[in-house]
Design a protein around this ligand. Structure first.
Ligand code: 8YV
Length: 338
C-alpha cells in the first residue's frame, strides 16, 4: 500500500514490518505506506518516506529528532511500538506540537518474565552448560560441573524500579523468597515497597550487596554507562548482572573484561551498545547469556504492543473512539517511565 496523492485521508508511514491485521486497522483510516521488506531505513531514507505523512508508526530502530521534525512540519504524531523511547527527542516533539506515544504496561509482565529467566540462566549457567553439551564435551558427572549460584533466598538488586523492575522484584520476592534491594532516582511509595519487602539503597550499596543485579533503567544521557568499570568492581565475584534495559546503560567492553577475569560470575544480556552489533569480546566469553533484544517477544505481547501503537496513531490523528486522546502519550520528562 502506498500513499495516494489527492486523497482526503491522512497518510501514515508504518516504518517496519508488523502484523497484517494491525496494518489493516490503520488502513481503515489512513493511506498507509508500509515497509514490506522490513529494511532499517537510513535517516535520509526515513526522511524521504515521511514526506507528506501525518503520522508514523515506528519502533526503536527509527530515530526521530529535531532536524527530521523540522523537515516534516506536516507530521503530527510519532507512535513507538516500544515502552522505551530513547529513539525519540520528546522535547523536540513537544516544542513542535507533535504527539509522541509509547506502549507501556502491555509488555510489563512479559518483559519481567524474561528478565527473571535471563537472570536464572546466568546464575545457573544454562547457556554455558548447554553449549558444552552440544560440543560433545559431557563425558562424566562431576561434583562441581557448572555449579552456579542460588537464586532462591539470594539478594536481588534492581537498578531502575519502574513497572518492569517491580515485576522482576515481585517474581523474586514472592516466588523465590529473595531479599529485594533497589536503586531508583526516587524512592517508591512505601505502599509499593511493602508487599515486596523492597528497600531503597544508594547505587553503590546496591552493587555491593546484590547477588543478582537486574538493570531496568531507561537509557538517557544520564544513564549512559551507569554500570562501567568502577561499578563492576564493587560487585561480588559471585554476582550476576542482567541487562534488559538498553544497550549503553552498561559499558559492554568493561563488562566483558570483568566476566573474563572472573570479577563477576556471569551475565545475561538482551540489549547491547550499538545493537544488533555485539561487542566481540562478549561473543567469546563463556559466562554470559546473549539474546537478541527479545524480552517483550511473546506473540500476545507483540500483538498488544502493535495494537496499542496503532490505537495511539489512530487517536492522535483524530480518528476512532478515542479521537484526540491517544491512550499512552509519552509522559512529561519528570514523570517515571518504563
Ligand atoms: C521493543 C523494547 O520490542 O519496548 C521496549 O522498549 O525494548 C522492546 O520491547 C523494541 O524496542 C522494538 O521497538
Amino acid at each position: 500500500m502506498s500513499s495516494t496523492s489527492g486523497s482526503l485521508r491522512p497518510s501514515v508511514l508504518v516504518a517496519r514490518a508488523v502484523f497484517d491485521d494491525v496494518v489493516a486497522r490503520l488502513a481503515a483510516h489512513f493511506e498507509v505506506e508500509t515497509n514490506p521488506d522490513d529494511r532499517i531505513f537510513s535517516p535520509a531514507e526515513l526522511s524521504e518516506r515521511l514526506r507528506g505523512k501525518a503520522g508514523a508508526f515506528i519502533t526503536g530502530s527509527e530515530r526521530i529528532d529535531a532536524p527530521l521534525l523540522d523537515a516534516h512540519p506536516q507530521l503530527r504524531a510519532v507512535c513507538n511500538m516500544a515502552v522505551g523511547y530513547n529513539n525519540i527527542d520528546v522535547e523536540a516533539c513537544r516544542q513542535r506540537g507533535v504527539i509522541a506515544t509509547n506502549t507501556p504496561d502491555v509488555l510489563t509482565e512479559t518483559t519481567a518474565d524474561f528478565g527473571f529467566a535471563l537472570m536464572m540462566a546466568a546464575a545457573r549457567r544454562i547457556a554455558e552448560s548447554e553449549h558444552f553439551l552440544r560440543r560433545g564435551e559431557w563425558t562424566k558427572w562431576r561434583y562441581d560441573l557448572f555449579a552456579g549460584s542460588d537464586v532462591h533466598g539470594a539478594t536481588l538488586g534492581i537498578l531502575g524500579m519502574g513497572r518492569i523492575g517491580r515485576g522482576v522484584a515481585q517474581r523474586g520476592a514472592l516466588g523465590f523468597g529473595m531479599k529485594v534491594l533497589y536503586h531508583n532516582r526516587s524512592r517508591l511509595d512505601p505502599a509499593l515497597e511493602a508487599p515486596l519487602g523492597a528497600r531503597w539503597v544508594d547505587k553503590d550499596t546496591l552493587l555491593r550487596e546484590a547477588d543478582h543485579l537486574v538493570i531496568v533503567v531507561p537509557y538517557s544521557p544520564s544513564s549512559h554507562h551507569a554500570v562501567g568499570e568502577r561499578e563492576l568492581s564493587l560487585m561480588k565475584p559471585t554476582a550476576t548482572l542482567t541487562n534488559i534495559a538498553r544497550g549503553g546503560v552498561v559499558d559492554d567492553a568493561a563488562l566483558a573484561r570483568a566476566l573474563r577475569a572472573g570479577r563477576i560470575a556471569a551475565a545475561g544480556l538482551d540489549v547491547f551498545e550499538g545493537e544488533p552489533a555485539v561487542h566481540r569480546d562478549l561473543l567469546t566469553v563463556p559466562n554470559v547469556v546473549l539474546t537478541p533484544h527479545i524480552a517483550s517477544a511473546t506473540v500476545a505481547t507483540r500483538r498488544a504492543m502493535a495494537n496499542l501503537a496503532a490505537d495511539n496513531l489512530i487517536a492522535a490523528l483524530g480518528f476512532g473512539p478515542q479521537a484526540g486522546r491517544p491512550p499512552t502519550p509519552i509522559p512529561a520528562p519528570s514523570a517515571p517511565s518504563r
